[in-house]
Design a protein around this ligand. Structure first.
Ligand code: CUA
Length: 314
């Protein structure tokens, strides 16, 4: 179905077919032999059991043959895996960030996207970064999968040989909404990719003057995947909903003491920078990591503007 989509398709598929072929040969061979023996050595046909006293020739055969088969499987597995670890120097770099529960991609010119856009026929290397727990980036059509471990940057490279849209998802159970951690890889023809990457107007308009109030903030929380845990429609997810949050009076636990707070900029900022200081009633501690490194004061202002707009809607 996905013949030759990436530079690994052939190697991985060959290894898979070789192992599957050997397994099938054994399955069929053993089943046929077993059925034959059941019939041939049935008590009616063969009333007296024969005693066999070992056979050196047979011992050698059933040691040597499986050894060769295992080495054949190893050879194909190894030669399919080997190129994955020789990263070409000229590969295009994309920073791939995973967090509960969203992937985001950052290109060398600073452009960011929720889908992974890559050019056809060019090597691409992904820096795999996790902001919280272990995730795993899996692109079945490309035959690649690699864990994303917090505190460690692993790399994965590939080259797509066909244009199209392919599934990309998290393959490591990472919490409640793990199954929502899906996106796609969009393989574009080289020219199309060049104009896509050069086009950074999407960001510029949102921060420009004509933009609606709150648009910039909305983009930030979508980019960082905040909405995976904080719904916009009032649904209770892992964290409190953003709907009607601004100005609301909330019961929180701070250092074990319950207290009442009003949702203002200070509270929003503290919740983003030190998410485990004030725990809102009905929610658990330790569900969120600090975004201090990623969000500036101006970003928080933008988020506050956005929160105000979803307050007005009701
Ligand atoms: Cu991330 Cu599962």
């Amino acid at each position: 179905m996905y013949q030759g989509i990436s530079n690994y398709s052939e190697g991985v598929d060959t290894a898979f077919m070789v192992i599957l072929g050997i397994s099938f040969a054994f399955l069929i061979g053993l089943t046929v032999t077993m059925i034959y023996f059941v019939i041939r050595y049935n008590k009616k046909r063969h009333p007296k059991a024969t005693q066999i006293k070992g056979s050196t020739a047979l011992e050698i055969v059933w040691t040597v043959v499986p050894t060769i088969l295992v080495l054949v499987m190893f050879y194909f597995g190894w030669s399919g895996w080997r190129p994955m670890h020789d990263i070409p120097e000229d590969a295009m770099k994309v920073k791939s960030i995973a967090r509960m529960w969203k992937f985001s991609f950052e290109y060398e010119n600073g452009k960011t996207s929720e889908k992974l856009y890559i050019p056809k026929g060019e090597p691409v290397v992904l820096d795999l970064i996790s902001r919280d727990v272990i995730h795993s980036l899996y692109i079945p059509a490309f035959r690649v999968k690699e864990d994303m471990v917090p505190g460690r940057t692993k790399q994965m490279w590939f080259q797509a040989n066909k244009t199209g849209s392919f599934d990309l998802f998290c393959a490591e159970y990472c919490g409640l909404r793990h199954s929502y951690m899906t996106t796609t890889v969009e393989v574009l023809p080289q020219e199309e990719f060049k104009s896509w990457i050069a086009d950074t107007t999407g960001v510029a308009t949102a921060e420009g003057e004509e933009a609606k109030p709150g648009t910039a903030g909305k983009q930030i929380i979508e980019r960082l995947g905040c909405v995976s845990c904080h719904s916009l429609d009032g649904t209770k997810l892992v964290g409190p909903t953003f709907k009607n949050l601004w100005g609301k009076t909330e019961m929180v636990t701070t250092d074990g003491d319950e207290r009442q707070i009003t949702v203002d900029k200070e509270y929003i900022k503290r919740s983003i920078y030190q998410p485990n200081v004030d725990i809102v009633e009905g929610y658990r501690e330790g569900q969120m990591v600090s975004y201090k490194e990623e969000l500036s004061d101006a970003d928080i202002d933008a988020i506050v503007e956005f929160l105000k707009t979803i307050d007005e809607e009701e």
